[in-house]
Write a protein that binds this ligand. Sequence first.
Ligand SMILES: *[C@@H]1O[C@H](CO)[C@@H](O)[C@H](O)[C@H]1NC(C)=O
Ligand SMILES: *[C@@H]1O[C@H](CO)[C@@H](O)[C@H](O)[C@H]1NC(C)=O
Ligand SMILES: *[C@@H]1O[C@H](CO)[C@@H](O)[C@H](O)[C@H]1NC(C)=O
Ligand SMILES: *[C@@H]1O[C@H](CO)[C@@H](O)[C@H](O)[C@H]1NC(C)=O
Ligand SMILES: *[C@@H]1O[C@H](CO)[C@@H](O)[C@H](O)[C@H]1NC(C)=O
Ligand SMILES: *[C@@H]1O[C@H](CO)[C@@H](O)[C@H](O)[C@H]1NC(C)=O
Length: 599
Amino acid sequence: MERTSLLLLLLLLLLLTAISFPLTLPTSPDHFFRPSSAKPKATLSRPKYKEFFELIHPLPSDHLTPSCALHIVHHTFGKTVNRPPYSTPYSPPSDCPPPWLHVALEFRTKSRGDQYDRISGLWLGGAELLRSSTVKPTESGISWTVRKDITRYSSLLVKRNINFTIMLENVVDNIYTGVYHVDVTFFFYKETAVRAPLIGGDHISIFPQKQGLIGGFAAKDVYESPADLIIPISAFHNSKGYWFIIKGDSDVHFRKLRFPANTRRAVMELYVSFHGNDEFWYSNPSNTYIRMNNLTTLRGNGAFREVFVTIDGMFVASEVPFPVIFTGGFNPLFWEPAVAIGAFDLPTYDLDLTPFLGVLLDGRDHVVGVGVSDGISYWLVDANLHLWLDTGAASVEAKSVVYQNPGSSIKRQEEFRDLDGSFAIKGTRKTQLVGWIKSSAGNLTTSVMHQFKFRSSIKYGRNGNYKHAKQNMKSTREVRVMNEMGMLLSRVTMKRRYPIKVVTLKIPGTKKNTYMLITNVSHSLIDHCSNGKLSSFVHNNQIANGWIEVKDHDVIAGEAITNQTLTCRDDSGCYVRTVAAIDGSLVIDNSTFACPSLI
Ligand SMILES: *[C@@H]1O[C@H](CO)[C@@H](O)[C@H](O)[C@H]1NC(C)=O
Ligand SMILES: *[C@@H]1O[C@H](CO)[C@@H](O)[C@H](O)[C@H]1NC(C)=O
Ligand SMILES: *[C@@H]1O[C@H](CO)[C@@H](O)[C@H](O)[C@H]1NC(C)=O
Ligand SMILES: *[C@@H]1O[C@H](CO)[C@@H](O)[C@H](O)[C@H]1NC(C)=O
Ligand SMILES: *[C@@H]1O[C@H](CO)[C@@H](O)[C@H](O)[C@H]1NC(C)=O
Ligand SMILES: *[C@@H]1O[C@H](CO)[C@@H](O)[C@H](O)[C@H]1NC(C)=O
């Protein structure tokens, strides 16, 4: 395989400043196949299955020895397209009954052959526990493990004889030969779970001695304990999985339910993924641009999307989702062996609906809806309603007093001539909900504020062959609880920021019918959570630069450098991990529990 260096290529570019070869499509992000035979460098000891991973913060149970384990799934997902998901009965393990301090889920996958990357969902009793995407396998095989803390689902995990379900739609034929071998294990940790010897590199200088927040980031700060009841807002018929398949802007899906009369707190957790022509929605141009240029691409509708929740037809909450990049996105070499942020454990969004209980606790049925503003192709969305009950009373009294939703202000600007031009979107939304609940804990008023600022800019140049797409999303949620005297009892602030920048240049390839894509991607997920006493901070940042030469959808050559740093800090300590990969090989992997001086 001939390898052109990036530098040489850039020199070549300078010589080709006025590129005007005909291209049917401007640079439109797409999904590619990694080179199979060409790629791997002859390293001495290549493992049989190449291990992929996602950089995540440590789980709160990482330093504990599990009290027991339940290996619930050992299954192969072959030809599963248009088939119902795989279900198996679940009951809590008899050798370590609840209560548990922590519960962790482990999802292990192996695959070999040719295959697309796929989306998968894991549910317990119809409530989603994990949304994950798969890695495209290779001839020599790949594997990965996802670990997630699922303690917040304890009220489901104590139930007997419910179904554990996995959806992983896969196509197997002469070309796509890869099947996915999946193992799922639940690990349960009792209060008495013992500290495990630390596994990890030599670079660990200190380890938080306190049973701290490291890994319990956010969830432990925000909620005093797991909810008493979880109601899935998902598709009942599970022949196509429990997620709602949302096709387009007006395709709102509903679930009718009755709230227990003693509900004192309600939080809706949203699971979201986007597919088809909306896989790269944050870089989609307007429909006018596509129409005026007679383009055939269907990746349009602009670069703003919002997942929203309605109650009885009324808009109550929303979120602009984090732009997850699946492993085939932009340049598949970027995401090897460290996948893109969130690709194995897609971020979820907690929307506090407590102030609405005044409307919901009237003993009648209510209709909860979910939809996607401006969505095209299909989105897979469902939600879990986490409810905390007043165990000391059969019912509580509640009233919603303030509902302010001035609506979002979305301003769009575009200016283009033929294939070159620019698109800008600025959006803001502020929602305020206030309501009181009189339970055995007293008469408490909850005030929920959500605000977001969204910015997007897309620029095309060089006759549509150069594209610069940038987006920034800042979301702030604040939940305050006051007593009847107006005294502030708690105040939790959650701030999230997720900027992304993708720059792509398309030039002719070195061979007939090939083209080159030079792409730079940088993106981050920054979470900051505080409750006045404790605070946590997670900053995950990934930068990837490289190029690929493409024929049809196959990558025939390419180079990639990906750098990533994850920094976590809370009151019990820090965790920092830095990785760098060149052409799919890890060249740096340093981690430390020592706090860096500058965060
Ligand atoms: C579990 O799944 C099986 C097979 O899909 C189904 O027949 C059964 O009714 C489900 N059980 C529950 C409790 O949902
Ligand atoms: C698009 O197609 C229309 C009708 O065929 C044609 O008049 C127009 O010139 C085309 N525009 C471009 C930019 O190719
Ligand atoms: C609860 O407190 C709110 C605000 O302090 C007050 O308006 C409301 O009347 C109280 N409710 C009851 C039942 O006392
Ligand atoms: C990508 O980044 C490299 C290094 O910063 C730069 O030299 C190159 O011009 C960038 N490529 C594009 C397409 O912007
Ligand atoms: C990536 O990391 C390598 C090794 O630490 C460094 O030399 C390079 O400058 C980094 N690249 C970027 C774009 O940050
Ligand atoms: C990573 O660890 C290696 C080996 O201990 C060390 O040489 C290197 O300086 C470290 N790099 C960083 C960026 O900390």
